[in-house]
Structure formats: structure tokens, C-alpha cells
Design a protein around this ligand. Structure first.
Ligand SMILES: [Zn+2]
Length: 316
């Protein structure tokens, strides 16, 4: 934690010094915590977690560059990242591979409310009615980005995954993880509850990409409990990118791997390899005759990193 804590602290400090007030506040009203809850993070309910379970270097943050090195432990979403999707059609995300299984967030549930527009506003997730105390599990491997109490969402956990997605688990009865803690698919992170603005025990489950929510039923069949496919395809319209700039002026966005269309070949281009279906880090290291360790270092990746179709990997 030695390096990470100053990093987060510095980031917050810069925000406080330089940002307008509204930058600190969530843009989406549905994400906004009640003012009374803002400064009261949930006390950890499970004491004494092995320090090895926590990340201690920024390169261990999943999809760190994809999120323009944004990592905060306070809110579900602070601001749109302003990444341009230009004219690119669909976004492809590798959901599941041999090393990265999917787990349903809870068992013994009934879908009680679907994702979608309501008269009262947008319902940004799917509600799974289940008994209080039913285990809630993280869907994929990842790192807990946020674990705290909101007056609206109640006790809530956000996990950032190596495939670029974030999943949100709200109205929990109890939270069993802490920010910056590494979790593996299927690991219990809390229990189903009725906390926050909720009218009955259920898990409010959200799927997000670059902080924008999309219908979880696009990803997984809630009648069978299985993902529809190993690769998730979403359109920018489905991502509710209304608040995102169409043409970003942020030069970093132009290099963002998330927005690249599927490449037609896997050859190196300007020192980068564009990830195509079936690529592995090991195969790329062989192809360009770079030791795997060097390749990982150059790209701030770990051996467990999940490649995304279209992702650019530095090879020179
Ligand atoms: Zn809900």
C-alpha cells in the first residue's frame, strides 16, 4: 500500500485544489450519495484481512490505462471519462476465457425489476430479489474499487475487472471486502440485504463500462445464469453515453484501446500489436521475440491480465 496510498491521496488533493465543486460530485443523479452519507465510509465488518490480499502498486489496478489512470474509492462514478467513440460501431469485451470464469452474483433469486427507463427515472441495474443473508459474489476476478454506505444505494461494493467492466452490488446487508482488495470470481463480497432506499430484500446489480451503465441482461441470461457468449458486444447507444463527448479533445482518448474496432490483422503497427481473437500475451511475446516479463513491464500488465479485442500492446 505504500505507493498507492500517496497516489490516491495526491489525486484527491489535486481534485480538491483544482476542480470545480461539481467535478467531485457524481454526474448521474442515480449515483449520487445523500449528502449526509458522503463522509461516512462503511467501517470494515470483517477485521484483519491479510495484507497480501490488497494491491500495492498502481500497475495492479485492473484496466488502469483503459480508465485513463482513474481510480477512486469514494463513488460509483464521478464524471464521464470523455472518451470518444467516434464512428466506431460496437465495443467488444472478452467476458470469459479459460483463466477468467464468470459467477452469478447470487443464487436463489427472482428478477424483480429489469434495467430500463421508468417514469421516475432510469433504473440503472437489475433487481434480484433474494433472502437477507444470501451470499453475494463477484462475477469476475478483479479489485474492489469502492465499498461503502450510501443513503440511496445502501451498502454498496464496486469491483473493477481485468476485462474492463465494473460491477456494482447494492442494498447489501453487510460488506465483506475493502477497497483495493483483490477478489476472484465467485468470492463472497457481502450479503443480500435491504439497506438504503429499498423496499424489500434484493440485490441491485449493475454492469458498467468506463463508468457508463448498460443492461446486465445483455451480458448474462438471468434465467439460466450463464453468459450469452464469451465476448460481450455493446453499442455506444446501449452504454448510455449521452453524457460523453462525441469528439473528445483529450489526446489520451485517441490512444484508448477500448474504442478501437476489431483489427483485420495482428501485425505490429507503429510499435503496437493490435489484439485479435485468440491472442495471448505469451503468443505476442513469441511473435515479436520479446521476453514475456519485458512485454508485461512495457505495458503495465500482469500475467493474469485479460486482453481485449482491439487493445494495443506495445511491442517496441
Ligand atoms: Zn435496482
Amino acid at each position: 500500500m505504500k505507493r498507492l496510498v500517496p497516489l490516491i491521496f495526491t489525486t484527491l488533493l489535486i481534485f480538491r485544489l483544482s476542480a470545480q465543486d461539481d467535478v467531485l460530485r457524481p454526474v448521474d443523479p442515480a449515483d449520487a450519495p445523500n449528502a449526509s452519507a458522503v463522509s461516512v465510509p462503511t467501517a470494515p465488518e470483517t477485521p484483519a484481512i491479510d495484507p497480501d490480499q490488497f494491491i500495492n502498486e498502481e500497475y495492479q489496478i485492473p484496466s488502469y490505462n483503459l480508465y485513463l489512470q482513474d481510480w477512486n474509492t469514494e463513488y460509483i462514478k464521478i464524471k464521464p471519462l470523455g472518451i470518444s467513440f467516434g464512428n466506431s460501431a460496437d465495443i467488444k469485451i472478452i467476458l470469459v476465457d479459460n483463466n477468467n470464469p464468470f459467477t452469478m452474483p447470487c443464487d436463489n433469486y427472482q428478477v424483480s425489476s429489469e434495467y430500463g427507463q421508468r417514469k421516475s427515472g432510469m433504473h440503472t441495474g437489475i433487481d434480484l430479489a433474494a433472502a437477507v443473508g444470501e451470499p453475494v459474489r463477484t462475477c469476475f476476478d478483479g479489485v474492489v474499487r469502492m465499498a461503502r454506505d450510501f443513503s440511496s444505494y445502501g451498502k454498496t461494493v464496486v469491483v473493477r475487472h481485468y476485462n474492463g467492466l465494473e460491477t456494482v452490488y447494492a442494498h447489501l446487508d453487510s460488506i465483506m471486502v475493502q477497497p483495493n482488495q483483490k477478489v476472484t470470481s465467485g468470492q463472497q463480497i457481502g450479503m443480500v440485504g435491504n439497506s438504503g432506499r429499498s423496499t424489500g430484500a434484493h440485490l441491485h446489480f449493475e454492469t458498467r463500462f468506463l463508468y457508463e451503465h448498460f443492461n446486465p441482461a445483455k451480458m448474462v441470461d438471468f434465467t439460466t445464469g450463464e453468459p450469452f457468449s464469451n465476448v460481450l458486444t455493446i453499442t455506444k447507444e446501449e452504454l448510455d453515453f449521452a453524457s460523453v463527448a462525441v469528439e473528445s479533445t483529450d489526446p489520451r482518448a485517441a490512444q484508448n484501446p477500448a474504442v478501437t474496432n476489431l483489427p483485420s490483422s495482428g501485425s505490429a503497427n507503429n510499435g503496437y500489436h493490435v489484439v485479435k481473437q485468440g491472442d495471448t500475451l505469451y503468443a505476442i511475446s513469441k511473435q515479436y521475440k520479446i521476453p514475456l516479463s519485458k512485454l508485461l513491464e512495457m505495458n503495465h500488465l500482469t500475467e493474469d491480465s485479460v486482453l481485449q479485442l482491439g487493445q494495443k500492446i506495445r511491442v517496441r
